[in-house]
Design a protein around this ligand. Structure first.
Ligand SMILES: Cc1cc2nc3c(=O)[nH]c(=O)nc-3n(C[C@H](O)[C@H](O)[C@H](O)COP(=O)(O)OP(=O)(O)OC[C@H]3O[C@@H](n4cnc5c(N)ncnc54)[C@H](O)[C@@H]3O)c2cc1C
Length: 379
């Protein structure tokens, strides 16, 4: 797909590919099996400018475009899907709403240390009764004088254990549903804030996914991100961008599955010849490649539209839907081509399969993506 990319984008992609192949890939499986957060890798990613690819230099970003960001997440995820989503949740879900909806003061306060990777971000929208129904937030923020007092508990925050800065959604007008929620920037060292249950997961085990408990957390007025009662819009706009990040993560998993499947099919012999010579194997590889390419084009298109300042909500939903299903398809076939070996932890195929599944769930399930696409078509 190089003909669709600029020289600058190709240079960045090749740099990230080298970093991912040399530094991330060798340790990814062991880290994942041991539920180990890749602290040094994230630090190095920060030094390489990968924690703020698509943000302007004036806030400490790398000043590149969103296509470059997509390529970065794909390359990181090809080596380690956990690393891909740590960076994606940090950039798309936390830095992005601060950059888009923050006051100049908020941007100056938070972005430089976040875009350098010194401080990690997390986004906390979900709750036990607010998943797909994201507007059903029970956590409250009540205004007392010039302070906001937050109470409740959020679920499933990616980077929950490591993050120092949270973009968090709370209800400011409980009777009003999606029209009564607001967004806040919460620092993890605020009294009353704590990390609750840490989830034990099927895949992306190098990431932390946690509950966030808010017990009379007192925030200054300046912690409000955007306008009062407009937090649902902030969340939805944030997720539009985030879904491209997850599509790129899925692309990375799909490509890793294809590359490993080809390598294995060429080296494994049965009936006196490499299994790659059997048409059944060739067809699987051809199907995997078609799915990956279709998903790549949709993700690239959504990224280009975001770069061009166009509405890209439907395109990002399409990219995430198709890329996550491509990742599941490719990871499944990768195991199949590896035969019994694919089912063991000696090979990476089983990790790809476990990691692929989450891309169909977070930042809106596949059913929700279909709903977004159909609603847009039927309006
Ligand atoms: C590992 C992990 C990391 C996550 N990270 C974050 C994070 O960083 N921040 C954050 O805020 N959240 C995060 N989440 C939460 C995630 O976004 C939600 O789990 C997801 O949106 C689904 O919500 P739910 O789990 O409540 O499922 P539910 O909403 O209960 O859905 C259950 C099933 O019902 C279907 N369904 C629901 N409503 C409809 C409908 N209207 N039409 C058709 N089908 C429907 C769903 O598609 C699904 O199949 C994370 C989750 C996981 C597992």
């Amino acid at each position: 797909m190089d003909h669709l990319l600029s020289e600058e984008q190709i240079m960045l992609r090749d740099m990230v590919r080298k970093f991912a192949t040399e530094e991330i890939e060798p340790v990814a499986s062991e880290n994942e099996q041991n539920h180990r957060y890749p602290e040094n890798i994230i630090k190095e990613a920060g030094e390489l400018g990968l924690m703020g690819v698509a943000y302007p230099d004036e806030y400490g970003g790398s000043g590149m475009d969103f296509v470059s960001y997509m390529l970065t997440i794909e390359e990181l995820s090809r080596a380690c899907a956990s690393t891909g989503v740590i960076v994606s949740a940090h950039c798309s879900l936390t830095c992005d709403p601060i950059f888009r909806f923050g006051t100049e003061e908020q941007k100056q306060k938070y972005l430089p240390s976040m875009l350098s990777g010194e401080k990690i971000g997390a986004f906390s929208l979900s709750e036990s009764n607010a998943g797909s129904d994201a507007g059903n937030t029970q956590t409250t923020a009540v205004k007392k004088g010039d302070k906001w007092i937050l109470n409740g508990s959020k679920l499933w925050a990616t980077n929950g254990r490591q993050a120092e800065v949270f973009v968090l959604i709370a209800s400011t007008d409980p009777g009003k549903g999606t029209r009564g929620v607001s967004t806040f920037i919460v620092e993890a060292n605020t009294p009353g804030y704590s990390v609750g249950k840490v989830e034990s997961k099927l895949g992306i085990r190098s990431t932390s996914t946690t509950e966030i408990v808010l017990d009379n957390v007192e925030l200054p007025e300046s912690a409000l991100l955007g306008e009062v009662n407009k937090g649902f819009k902030v969340s939805m706009v944030t997720l539009d961008g985030g879904r491209i990040g997850i599509a790129a993560q899925a692309l990375g998993i799909a490509r890793a599955s294809i590359e490993d499947a080809i390598k294995y099919a060429k080296s494994r012999e049965q009936f006196g010849k490499p299994i790659a010579s059997f048409q059944a194997i060739q067809w699987m590889i051809a199907d995997m490649w078609c799915q990956y390419n279709s998903a790549w084009m949709l993700t690239w298109n959504a990224s280009r539209m975001k770069d061009a300042g166009l509405n890209y909500g439907q395109e990002s939903a399409m990219a995430k839907l198709v890329a996550s299903e491509a990742a599941m398809f490719c990871a499944n076939k990768c195991i199949q081509i590896h035969g019994g070996n694919g089912y063991t932890t000696e090979y990476k195929a089983e990790r790809y399969y476990r990691d692929a599944k989450i891309t169909e769930i977070y930042e809106g399930t596949s059913e929700i993506q279909r709903l977004v696409i159909a609603r847009n078509l039927l309006k």
